[in-house]
Design a protein around this ligand. Sequence first.
Ligand code: FE2
Length: 311
Amino acid sequence: MSTQAGLTTTQAPFIEEAQSKGELYIRQPYELYSEANQDTWRRLYDRILPRWEKYANPKFLEGVQKLALPADHIPRLEDINEFLRPLSGFSAKAVSGYVPAFTFFDCLRLRAFPTTITIRDGATLDYLPEPDIFHDVAGHVPMHTDRVFADVLVRFGEVAYTAAHLAAEISNVEEREQKLESVIKAMARFFWFTIEFGLMRRPGGGPDDLCVYGSGLLSSHGELANCIENPRVQRFGFQLEWVINQYFEIHHYQPLLFVVDSFEHLFEQVDLLEDWMRRGKLGNVSPGEPAVSEADVRSFIDAVLHDSAPT
Ligand SMILES: [Fe+2]
């Protein structure tokens, strides 16, 4: 097979073929990365490293070291996983694209992280139409080396499992779908304002001393500085009732961010999210982004039809 097209986000015949066959979990065909793809990784890494050192939370920087995340070539997932598994039980699992919401959260519960293997077009380093391997592996995976953070993700997967079972108890189909849509929206907003775009107080620092743990920020050279330095960005202490009702837009820098005290604090908030869900407090969150697709709702309903006990 020609390596000319490589594994570029906007053009990857290997991915198109997997998608056309309905294959979600795939291998990482490392031999298909083009020299241009490798060069894109090197440039992204070189450019962001000084900003990681300045703005990232210490656990992320430790994670980069512990994974031996390569600066000079795209990582092989099998190499990353060899370092990662003993630390938190997590592994990165290659996927061909969109993962239905329940499937995504359920992977987290089982300590697998669905991971994109394509890389953005080198001509537009800052424009990211969808996640790529730099976002997933350089932005997310170093955080998974930390046990408390990893447990937050697992807990999140358990909350999805609870959501599916609570929905199954609603016999009226219309009501079940309406409630599920609201609960999935609440979960997606929580995930967005924490795992993707979360800030935290710098350990041992003053009240205004912030650092970054959200992967959307950690994989964006421009936004990583902007989220801390720009006085127009609004930063508030994490408030669950606000977060689950706050819409967001994905195509520009985030104007509003939430700050947690620690990963233990974040874990407690996921517990609270589940508690609120059980008490019916997520059933009517405010409308607006993100849109919840029919496939996402269906994935939660199907989960209970094909149920297996949590392992
Ligand atoms: Fe992400």
